[in-house]
Ligand binder design. Structure first.
Ligand SMILES: CC(C)(COP(=O)(O)OP(=O)(O)OC[C@H]1O[C@@H](n2cnc3c(N)ncnc32)[C@H](O)[C@@H]1OP(=O)(O)O)[C@@H](O)C(=O)NCCC(=O)NCCS
Length: 277
């Protein structure tokens, strides 16, 4: 566990790196882990004359690490030393910047996973109605979780979306039942599109999922369009989303709907993933 002082030094170093690179080197989860004491997390600090110049965090529950070096102390092997300490797990490269690409190549790391942010402007609402698409009610909760688990059974994080995760989000200020659209047939829910409006008005395709039995029927496209119409009617000027690059069918649907990739995060991993992954 980090002392509060060390946690603050790591935040400050991450801020310096973010200012220099234009990309924050720690994600929200890893930033929260600086203050908490998750058993699966280890911290690795590099100092020079009492100053913090490098940091790595390894999270064994995710099988990943995040590491960064002060801009004035790069190309001196510090990144390589930190990497040796978190050896065996994948390392996130947020923004996949050139330094991270060169560093990964020099250390024999290969791309293991790529997360895309896709975005498009929103047109004014058309007033189009979508028959059979209705807002979520609490009676849909269990079916929505089951559908999510079935649709994302391959996804490392999303398949674990639990009742507690759902309840936490339903209690958030941004939650709007009219923005969580569902479809059903005689056998239950067939799909849902959960949209989110950020405080600055930007819209997000938060979760889009169709039941395996309903896939390939055009339902995803319809639910996507219904959610975008909802966001446009609420006044959002743009909409973005997060998607795995390997999810080719989803990426294709979004491209055909006018989304383009605006950002990539890459997980680099060893050629032979260790048992620890
Ligand atoms: C990526 C990062 C951690 C590298 O740290 P570092 O201390 O400079 O790394 P090292 O000195 O161990 O570099 C080892 C080798 O990686 C390669 N490399 C490092 N930075 C590079 C760059 N900007 N361009 C091309 N290759 C680079 C080089 O081959 C280097 O060896 P060399 O200096 O003898 O040519 C650092 O640039 C950083 O903090 N970036 C922001 C955070 C980040 O992207 N982290 C994800 C890492 S996958």
């Amino acid at each position: 566990m980090l002392s509060p002082e060390d946690a603050q030094r790591v935040r400050a170093l991450a801020g310096t790196v973010a200012d220099h690179d234009g990309e924050h080197p720690l994600n929200e989860d890893a930033t929260l882990a600086l203050a908490g004491a998750p058993a699966s997390v280890t911290h690795h600090l590099r100092e020079l004359d009492g100053d913090l110049i490098g940091y790595a965090q390894r999270n064994d529950s995710h099988g990943t690490a995040q590491l960064f070096v002060h801009p004035a102390h790069r190309r001196r092997g510090i990144g390589g030393e930190l990497l040796a300490e978190v050896r065996g797990v994948g390392v996130w490269a947020f923004g996949n910047l050139p330094a991270a690409q060169g560093f990964a190549a020099a250390n024999g790391l290969l791309e293991r996973r790529r997360l895309l942010v896709m975005q498009r402007p929103l047109d004014p609402p058309t007033g189009q109605r979508f028959d059979g698409v209705r807002p979520f009610t609490m009676q849909d909760a269990d079916a929505l979780l089951a559908l999510n688990a079935a649709a994302f059974d391959w996804h490392p994080e999303q398949r674990r979306f639990s009742r507690a995760d759902l309840d936490a989000r339903l209690a958030e200020d941004w939650f709007d039942p009219d923005g969580l659209l569902v479809t059903s047939d005689a056998d239950g829910l067939t799909g849902f599109h959960w949209t989110k409006r950020h405080p600055d008005g930007r819209g997000e395709v938060y979760i889009l999922a169709t039941a395996p039995r309903a896939q390939g029927t055009g339902l995803g496209k319809r639910l996507l369009a219904a959610g975008l119409e909802h966001l446009a009617a609420a006044g959002s000027p743009s909409v973005h989303l997060y998607v795995e690059a390997a999810n080719a069918r989803a990426v294709q649907l979004y491209e055909r709907t006018g989304f383009t990739v605006v950002h990539s995060d890459v997980l680099y991993g060893p050629d032979q993933p260790s048992q620890e992954q």
